[in-house]
Design a protein around this ligand. Structure first.
Ligand code: SAM
Length: 394
């Protein structure tokens, strides 16, 4: 075994996947598995999960025993939203990296209890793994309740090298629970640190619209099922941003009616923060979806008008999961007149990101100002950044 291969084996065994990706830059351009691994690692580092998955699949074809391949494939599939493939690639692998990616995949698939089991297995072996304490608060919220979720966030903040944003989550849950401890948490651990403030600032903007305590969720699938239960106005169920079909499948299973999904399947039409245009691409491939889903492939700007010309109904529920301001703005503007009292809106990147106030939140605020609708927040999911809003009489 060459020196670099031995190094990759050692780094993968120690759970230092970031170091594996860095070390892969030293692999030779041999036209074979090593070169494909190097390309896959570089793609993962620049957040191009689609290219990374393709490169690691090449490695698997050429040399299935290549060091750290299970870790690399699992990470690429999970980031490419191919969660079922991520579970298959990590099967039987019980190192920290594979378990962690498996847990995030299970969370995305709405399998909270199994995700919690994986994260607790990591924590049993390494009680100072901050990212697992943090990630585990989301399924714990649904499996055990808010107190356990907050306890896990406290444990996350106490770990060596913990990410400062965990304090923002802790303070935000305190705010949402109406706990007076929120004031001290915000004053001492959040507000003086700009990098920690995003979630708490978003929650503070939404609290006046919550009308009491909003429902709190940790999993996207639970949010979507709850949103559909609240959406009793007969009409269209729409999703903008389908990607690999995870959320549209949940909607389709719970809606009891036709669901329409819109996506270019070529990623974002423009850059978003550090992400370049085209990020989140599926290579123009449409995902498999349940029979009651119709996919409308193309840019919203080209597909929505003709669809509306053929469908006169109001909107029962719309899931806006297209990330950027321009896409949310376009969709809301075109749906004006179809979004009526009783319509339920779900947004996926509403709170928690550094740029939250300039993204979907801004598009919605402009829509409210222009249409004069009333609205109320029914539910929030801090970990997934989702919010459920019901349109009301103004
Ligand atoms: C975060 S992904 C959607 C995730 C999906 N809901 C899920 O459950 O995994 C965002 C998607 O929005 C799509 N998108 C964003 N803006 C768009 C636009 N203007 N036209 C078409 N697709 C767009 C991208 O192609 C991307 O697939």
């Amino acid at each position: 075994m060459s020196d670099i291969h031995a190094r990759l084996v050692r780094l993968a065994a120690s759970g230092r996947f970031d170091a594996v990706l860095r070390a892969a830059a030293g692999l030779p351009d041999d036209g074979g598995a090593a070169q494909a691994f190097k390309h896959g690692a570089a793609a993962l580092k620049r957040n191009d999960a689609f290219s990374a998955a393709a490169a690691f699949e090449t490695v698997r074809r050429l040399d299935p025993a290549f060091p750290a391949l299970a870790e690399a494939l699992t990470a690429a599939y999970r980031r490419d939203a191919r969660y079922v493939d991520a579970l298959a690639a990590s099967e039987g692998q019980n190192g920290r990296q594979c378990r962690f990616e498996r847990a995030l995949s299970l969370l995305a698939l709405g399998r909270g209890a199994e995700a919690l089991t994986e994260l607790d297995a990591i924590l049993a072996a390494d009680p100072d793994h901050a990212a697992s304490w943090f990630a585990s608060h989301a399924p714990a919220l649904e499996v055990h309740g808010l107190d356990e979720a907050r306890h896990r966030l406290v444990r996350a903040t106490a770990c060596v090298g913990a990410n400062g944003k965990y304090w923002g989550y802790l303070a935000s849950y305190a705010l949402l629970a109406g706990d007076p401890a929120a004031e001290t948490l915000l004053r001492d651990h959040v507000d003086p640190f700009p990098a920690r403030r995003a979630l708490a600032d978003g929650i503070r903007a939404l609290l006046p619209h919550c009308g009491g305590s909003p429902r709190l969720f940790g999993l996207s699938a639970s949010v979507l099922r709850f949103a559909l239960e609240q959406a009793v106005l007969p009409g269209l169920v729409l999703e903008f941003g389908v990607r690999r079909g995870t959320s549209v499948t949940v909607l389709a299973q719970a809606a009891g009616q036709a669901v329409h999904g819109f996506d270019s399947f070529e990623g974002l039409p423009q850059s978003w923060g550090a992400e370049p245009a085209g990020v989140l691409t599926c290579g123009a491939q449409l995902p498999p979806v349940p029979d009651n889903v119709t996919l409308h492939a193309g840019w919203f700007e080209d597909t929505l008008e003709p669809f509306l010309a053929d469908h006169a109904d109001p909107v029962r529920l719309v899931n806006v999961d297209s990330d950027i301001y321009a896409s949310a703005r376009f969709v809301l503007e075109r749906l004006k007149g179809r979004i009526l009292p009783g319509t339920v809106l779900v947004f996926d990147e509403f709170v928690g990101n550094r740029t939250w106030a300039l993204d979907e939140f801004k598009a919605f605020a402009e829509f409210v100002a222009e249409s004069g609708i009333g609205w109320r927040v029914l539910a929030l999911a801090p970990h997934t950044k989702q919010v459920v809003i019901r349109v009301e009489e103004s």
